[in-house]
Ligand binder design. Structure first.
Ligand code: NAD
Length: 496
């Protein structure tokens, strides 16, 4: 019988009673790895009620104890990094190196969560009036919700629940129904590390389950990562209910290549940053803005892209894996056709690529377009495949105009040896994460993940540094001590 992906409710991995199921498929072979039953309304209510009960105790668990849970979890994740990477390589398809990186970027967030006692410190001002002091406390919110996409099956769940829990909250996690297997293992290890029952609950599903959760009166805050249309729906629905919400969404990231850039450096970074992970990264470079005569470098990029090919996760010669699904493959191939129909030059067309021994895989090879204009679908849409669009700009002004007219603002980079150009670009570009001679400028978790415009909806960029603010409320206390004497300014005050 096909393996059923369990839910996690109140500390038990249990099978859903639902008959509404979706196959979890290996995208290189189409083998059915498991089935994921979409949780029933009753199961979701049970998960939220259990999380609410667990929160009551967890919020009073000493902060150092919460930090120690994260320390233990970090240790276990490191010990099981390869195993988790192999699990997610099965349902997501990414190659081993990418899969190891996916887990590692999540481990870094857990390391950040180990530091939670100092992150939760409030502030104090003595004598705001005569004999009156004010201090602030940072407190957890309650039951939070995490909804994750398919493209980082380990990192993105780990963006969410460790920080939420370290701050004293409970979380309901709804992983991508396309790639739920790694999340199961992440949560088994979290239990093993000592997480109390109910503090993270996992349910499965799609739109119906998400809608029930975001409308649930006991869910107080939602973190979402996924495509722009779904992010807009989740953000509008949650904020309409006056709930806290942050939605990380799609992207179209531009790399600007200046004539003074070091050509070899540009070429060496472009292959991995454009088609790596089959382009299924929200920080992938999907548009190259070649300034002036550098457009001629597109020919050399094409030569390099022709030399690489996709393959299965454990093929060391493969540069990247398959697309996640048949539907995604059809969509990407359709967009490539639209580029040709709308007049772009398709220098390399990856639609007919074959991978020996894997005739059923969702393969699309590296694809490169030149003569792309900003009104074409291949420029306007997030393709999320190994497809690169080249645009020619006259100068830096022109390049900035192109990038700033994009509705997306997740990541961008400039390659230049001129400090003046670099300084001007980082200052004027309207994008949240900027690389200078770095193609994919993803910050570490002691910074924030700072998408702009359509790539992020919310107030706080809460994957790293700001996560504590997102998952906490601040309370200010003002006290006038008349009878009780407080002898040391930083002594602990026991209120009766
Ligand atoms: P998706 O929007 O299809 O799905 C994301 C989540 O939303 C899944 O858990 C899914 O079950 C749920 N969902 C799908 N349709 C829904 C609906 N109609 N209503 C409610 N919930 C729904 O995204 P995906 O294809 O899994 O992931 C790829 C997208 O995620 C890309 O657009 C990529 O750029 C984006 N992404 C963004 C970031 C970022 O930090 N900005 C990071 C990773 C991925």
């Amino acid at each position: 019988m096909t393996r059923q992906v369990p839910m996690l409710i109140n500390g038990e991995f249990i099978e859903s009673q639902s008959s509404d199921k979706q196959d979890v498929i290996n995208p290189a072979t189409q083998a059915v790895l498991a089935q994921v039953p979409f949780s029933t309304p009753e199961e979701i209510d049970q998960a939220v009620a259990g999380a609410k009960a667990a929160f009551q105790e967890w919020r009073n668990t000493p902060v150092p104890k919460r930090a120690r849970l994260m320390l233990e979890y970090q240790h276990l994740l490191k010990a099981h990094q390869r195993e988790i990477a192999e699990i997610l390589a099965q349902d997501n398809g990414k190659n081993l190196e990418d899969a190891m990186g996916d887990v590692w970027r999540g481990i870094e967030v857990v390391e950040h969560a180990c530091n939670v006692p100092s992150l939760l410190m409030g502030e104090t001002v003595e004598n705001v009036a005569s004999g009156v002091d004010t201090y602030s406390l940072v407190q957890p919110l309650g039951v939070t919700l995490g909804i994750t996409p398919f493209n980082f099956p380990a990192m993105i769940p780990l963006w969410m629940f460790p920080m939420a829990v370290a701050c004293g909250n409970a979380m309901i996690l709804k992983p991508s129904e396309q790639v739920p297997l790694a999340t199961v293992r992440l949560l088994e290890l979290f239990q093993q590390a000592g997480a109390p029952a109910g503090i993270v609950q996992m349910i499965h599903g799609g739109k119906e389950q998400v809608d029930q959760l975001i409308n649930h009166p006991d869910i107080v805050a939602t973190s979402f990562v996924g495509s722009v249309p779904v992010a807009e729906h989740v953000y509008r629905s949650t904020t309409n209910l006056l709930k806290r919400s942050q939605c990380f969404a799609g992207a179209k990231n531009h790399m600007v290549v200046m004539p003074d850039a070091d050509k070899e450096t540009v070429m060496n970074t472009l292959v991995g940053s454009t088609v790596g992970a089959a382009g299924q990264r929200c920080m992938a470079i999907s548009v190259i803005v070649f300034v002036g005569d550098t457009i001629e470098w597109a020919g050399e990029l094409a030569d390099r892209l022709k030399r690489i090919r996709p393959g299965v996760w454990d093929d060391p010669e493969a540069a990247f894996g398959p697309l996640v699904s048949k539907a995604a493959t059809q969509r990407v191939k359709g967009l490539i056709q639209s580029g040709i129909d709308q007049g772009a030059t398709c220098v390399i067309d990856g639609r007919d690529i074959k991978v020996d021994g894997y005739p059923d895989g969702n393969w699309v090879g590296p694809t490169l377009f030149t003569d792309v204009s900003t009104d074409m679908d291949i420029y306007r849409e997030e393709i999320f495949g190994p497809v690169v669009c080249c645009i020619n700009a006259n100068d830096l002004d022109d390049a900035l105009r192109i990038v700033n007219n994009s509705p997306y603002g997740n990541g961008t980079s400039i390659f230049t040896t001129s400090g003046v150009n670099a300084r001007r670009y980082q200052h004027e570009v309207e994008v949240g994460q900027v690389g200078v001679n770095i193609p994919i400028p993803v910050p570490l978790p002691f910074f924030s993940f700072t998408g702009w415009k359509k790539s992020f909806m919310g107030d706080l960029h809460a994957y790293g540094k700001q996560a504590v603010r997102f998952y906490s409320e601040t309370k200010t206390i003002t006290t006038a001590w008349k009878e009780t004497r407080v002898s040391a300014p930083n002594m602990s005050i026991a209120l009766k």
